[in-house]
Design a protein around this ligand. Structure first.
Ligand code: ADP
Ligand code: MG
Length: 354
């Protein structure tokens, strides 16, 4: 009876059952004090195994605050009118381009003048302004509407404008990278993961941003569906898991498709926060390498606990089978190991040093 009871006490799995979930809870709690919200243990595990990080450009690597660099109206239209029409047509959208245009035009009163607003994902918007159909968007969107126009040579992001099918001119915008973006891309590479940028913006805008951030691999001109395809291609060729970091404007499907979706919580849309596994509260891209380090350390602690708890128990069970374990030693193998494992798990709460 005594050996049976000794065996029973040693084999109680409470060290494992308490310390493993506690390690993940601690990891989530510790990360949240640094502005990184993991929605669950699965997100921690997946991010720890990530070997390729795919960034969206607008709103993720760049601030999403476009500055109007130039307004180029066609003859017969004034710059003020072009900007005002664009701002009115864009007034219903919450795309970073739209918000920047509305601000640049001094937020004209749109409520009664604009009807039937429609947004084409990764293209632009159309709306009736004072009864006339105004379309604003990139060259691909204009071509789809049957309007021919060219992107100026000196521009990064261009919004073309047409009214009732007649081309009115274009507005040139530029969007600066976030201050921490370059360091974040370098830090992700230092952690052994490759960095790729995907964007729906033009090739030229993508190249300028990628060069500035030291990112060698990028794909431009992607529609939301194209981003999913590009991501799937990367997932197939990459050995580890793939994370996608986006703001959810036109990329919520990609966030949901990636092994780990990381959303920008402040600028990001509700759809992004819904679809993501990890949310970065202050939109700082530098939080991504931090989240990777936190998740890797958390997984390390959890794995150490699993090995330690199972190892000690197996050893004591073997000794117990030979009759070499007293009841007090059995209690150490149960409660003692549990307390040690729990104390180890609590290290996940300390994030200051990472
Ligand atoms: P990114 O992939 O860089 O986050 P998006 O997919 O949001 O960019 O948009 C891709 C492109 O589609 C933009 O660069 C812009 O040319 C065009 N576009 C999308 N929405 C709008 C809009 N509301 N107004 C004007 N252009 C837009
Ligand atoms: Mg975006």
């Amino acid at each position: 009876i005594e050996s049976a009871l000794t065996f029973l006490v040693i084999s109680c799995p409470c060290a494992l059952v308490i310390s493993v979930p506690l390690g993940f809870f601690g990891g989530m709690g510790g990360a949240s004090t640094r502005g990184v919200l993991f929605k669950g243990a699965a997100g921690i595990e997946a991010l720890a195994g990530t070997r390729c990080v795919v960034f969206d450009k607008t709103g993720t690597l760049t601030g999403g605050e476009f500055e109007v660099r130039a307004v180029r109206p066609e003859p017969g239209t004034s710059s003020e009118r072009l900007l005002e029409l664009a701002a009115l047509a864009e007034s219903w959208s919450n795309h970073p381009i739209s918000r920047s245009l509305v601000e640049a035009a001094g937020a004209p009163e749109a409520r009664e003048r604009v009807t039937q607003a429609h947004e084409e994902q990764g293209g632009g918007v159309s709306a009736r302004v004072d009864g006339k159909l105004v379309c604003a968007g990139n060259r691909r969107y204009m071509r789809k509407l049957g309007i021919t126009c060219e992107d100026p040579e000196d521009a990064a992001t261009v919004v073309h404008l047409a009214e009732d099918g007649a081309y009115l001119g274009c507005i040139l915008l530029a969007d600066a990278p976030k201050p921490g973006a370059k360091a974040a891309a370098a830090a992700v590479e230092a952690l052994g993961a490759s960095v790729v940028m995907l964007t729906g913006d033009s090739e030229r805008a993508a190249r300028l941003t990628a060069e500035e951030l030291g990112i060698t691999r990028y794909e431009a001109g992607l529609l939301p569906g194209g981003k999913v395809e590009a991501l799937e291609k990367l997932m197939a060729e990459n050995r580890g898991l793939t994370a996608f970091v986006g703001d959810g404007v036109n990329d919520a499907p990609v966030l949901a498709r990636a092994d780990v979706g990381v959303a920008m919580g402040a600028l990001g849309s509700d759809a992004a926060i819904e679809a993501a596994d990890v949310v970065i509260m202050d939109d700082d891209p530098a939080k991504l390498p931090l989240a990777m380090r936190l998740s890797r350390r958390c997984m390390g602690i959890v794995r150490a606990n699993i090995v330690f708890a199972i190892g000690v128990k197996l050893a004591f069970l073997a000794l117990g089978a030979l009759g070499a374990v007293s009841m007090s030693m059995a209690i150490f193998a149960d409660v003692g190991v549990m307390v040690l494992a729990v104390m180890n798990s609590m290290r996940t709460l300390r994030t200051r040093a990472l």
